[in-house]
Write a protein that binds this ligand. Structure first.
Ligand code: SAM
Ligand code: SF4
Length: 351
C-alpha cells in the first residue's frame, strides 16, 4: 500500500480531534474547502488567462501526496465538502489517483461531498472513473452553445468536446451544474437559450458576474462587466422567476424558472451580502491558503507540510490562518486605472 492509500494515521487524527473544528473569529465554521490542483489549463478563457501564461515550476506545486495530506487534514478538522478545481483539475497528471484516495473520506463518512469544477474537456475520458470514486456532482463551465463564440471565449477549447463530456457524465449518472460567466456583448443574448438547454437536460444553470482578478491581456475587463441585476431584470421579462430559499453558503442566489421548472443561480461576487454566511476557504496548488477570495491575505501551508511528516505544524498553520479570516471582501473594478483589484488569476485560486 502506498502512502496515499494508507490514509490518516491515528496520532494525527487524535491531534485533529483535540484541536476541534475550524471556526473563524466571526463564528463561521469552515466546512468547505476548494483546492486548486494545478495552475495549468488546456483552455485560455479571455476573462481568466492571458494567452501567453507562464506557469509555475513543478517544484513549487504540491505533489499528489501533499495534496492528499492537506485535504485530509482539513477533513480531520471538520471540512465536509471538498471541491477540486484549477486551472483545469482534469489535466493534472495523476489526478484520478488523488480522487480515488480522497474518496476514502466519503466511505468513512468524514466527507459529505467530493466534487470538482471543470471545463469539461476531459470529462468524456474520466466521467466513469469519477462516478466510480463516489463523485456525484460536477460543475461544468460553459458560457455559450455557439461553437465559434466558444472558441473566441476559450481561445483553445472545442464546444463539441465539452458537450461530449457532458453527455458522458450524464450517462454515468453524474449531476451537472453549468456555470456561465456573463459577458457583455458576448453571450448576454444567449441566456434564455442556455436556460432552456440546461434545464431541458435536468441541469441547474448559474450565471457568474466577471470578477476583477489577474491581468488578462488586451480585453479590458471593464468592457466585459455585466451586472447580473440587469440580466435578472431582462430575464424576468421573459420568464417567471420565483425566489428560492436554497443557499449554498456562497455568493449564489437561486430562483426557480417556472416555465422550465429548473433552478437558476446568480453569483454576484461584487456584492458583500454573502460574506456573513461564508463557510469556505481556498488552497492554491502551491499550498497557499486564501481565507477570502477577495482579499490578498494568505498563509503558506506548503512550508509546514514539507517541514515535517507529522501534521502538527500544518494544523498550527491552519489554525493561525483561520484566526485571520476576514469578515468580508472588497472587490472593485477600478474604472480609472482599468487594473484588476487583485493581481492573482482565478486559475490560481480556482474560483
Ligand atoms: C478558474 S475556473 C477553474 C476550473 C475549470 N477550469 C473551469 O473552467 O471550470 C473556475 C470558474 O471560474 C470562472 N472564472 C474564471 N475567471 C473568472 C473571472 N475573472 N470572473 C468570474 N469568473 C471567472 C470560470 O468561468 C469557471 O467557472
Ligand atoms: S476558466 Fe477554467 S477553463 Fe477557462 S482558462 Fe480559466 S481555468 Fe481554464
Amino acid at each position: 500500500m502506498d502512502s496515499m492509500e494508507a490514509g490518516l494515521h491515528t496520532p494525527e487524527l487524535d491531534d485533529a480531534a483535540r484541536r476541534g473544528e475550524l471556526v473563524d473569529p466571526f463564528g463561521r465554521a469552515i466546512t468547505y474547502l476548494r483546492v486548486s490542483v494545478t495552475d495549468r489549463c488546456d483552455f485560455r478563457c479571455v476573462y481568466c488567462m492571458a494567452e501567453n501564461m507562464s506557469f509555475l515550476p513543478k517544484a513549487e506545486i504540491l505533489t499528489l501526496e501533499e495534496l492528499d495530506r492537506l485535504c485530509s487534514s482539513f477533513v480531520a478538522r471538520g471540512v465536509r465538502k471538498l471541491r477540486l478545481t484549477g486551472g483545469e483539475p482534469l489535466v493534472r497528471r495523476g489526478v484520478m489517483t488523488l480522487v480515488h484516495s480522497l474518496s476514502r473520506h466519503l466511505a468513512s463518512g468524514g466527507l459529505d461531498e467530493l466534487t470538482l469544477t471543470t471545463n469539461g474537456s476531459q470529462l468524456a475520458k474520466y466521467a466513469g472513473e469519477l462516478a466510480a470514486a463516489g463523485v456525484r456532482r460536477v460543475n461544468v463551465s460553459l458560457d455559450t452553445l455557439d461553437a465559434e463564440k466558444f472558441r473566441d471565449i476559450t481561445r483553445w477549447g472545442s464546444l463539441d468536446q465539452v458537450l461530449s463530456g457532458i453527455d458522458a457524465a450524464q450517462a454515468v449518472g453524474l449531476k451537472i451544474k453549468i456555470n456561465a460567466v456573463a459577458l457583455k456583448g458576448v453571450n448576454d443574448d444567449e441566456f434564455p437559450s442556455l436556460i432552456e438547454w440546461a434545464h431541458g437536460r435536468g441541469m441547474d444553470l448559474t450565471l457568474i458576474e466577471v470578477m476583477p482578478l489577474g491581468e488578462i491581456g488586451d480585453s479590458a475587463r471593464i468592457d466585459q462587466y455585466l451586472p447580473l441585476s440587469i440580466v435578472r431584470a431582462r430575464l424576468a421579462n421573459r420568464f417567471t422567476l420565483e425566489d428560492l430559499d436554497y443557499r449554498s453558503g456562497g455568493p449564489a442566489r437561486y430562483v426557480r424558472v417556472a416555465e422550465t421548472g429548473g433552478r437558476l443561480g446568480f453569483i454576484t461576487p461584487l456584492t458583500h451580502n454573502f460574506c456573513e454566511s461564508c463557510n469556505r476557504v481556498r488552497v492554491t496548488c502551491t499550498g497557499t491558503l486564501y481565507m477570502c477570495l477577495g482579499q490578498e491575505d494568505a498563509a503558506d501551508l506548503r512550508k509546514p507540510l514539507r517541514a515535517s511528516e507529522a501534521n502538527d505544524l500544518l494544523f498550527a498553520a491552519i489554525d493561525e490562518a483561520i484566526s485571520r479570516k476576514p469578515k468580508g471582501h472588497d472587490f472593485i473594478i477600478d474604472r480609472r486605472h482599468r487594473r484588476p483589484a487583485l493581481a492573482r488569476h482565478m486559475s490560481v485560486t480556482g474560483g
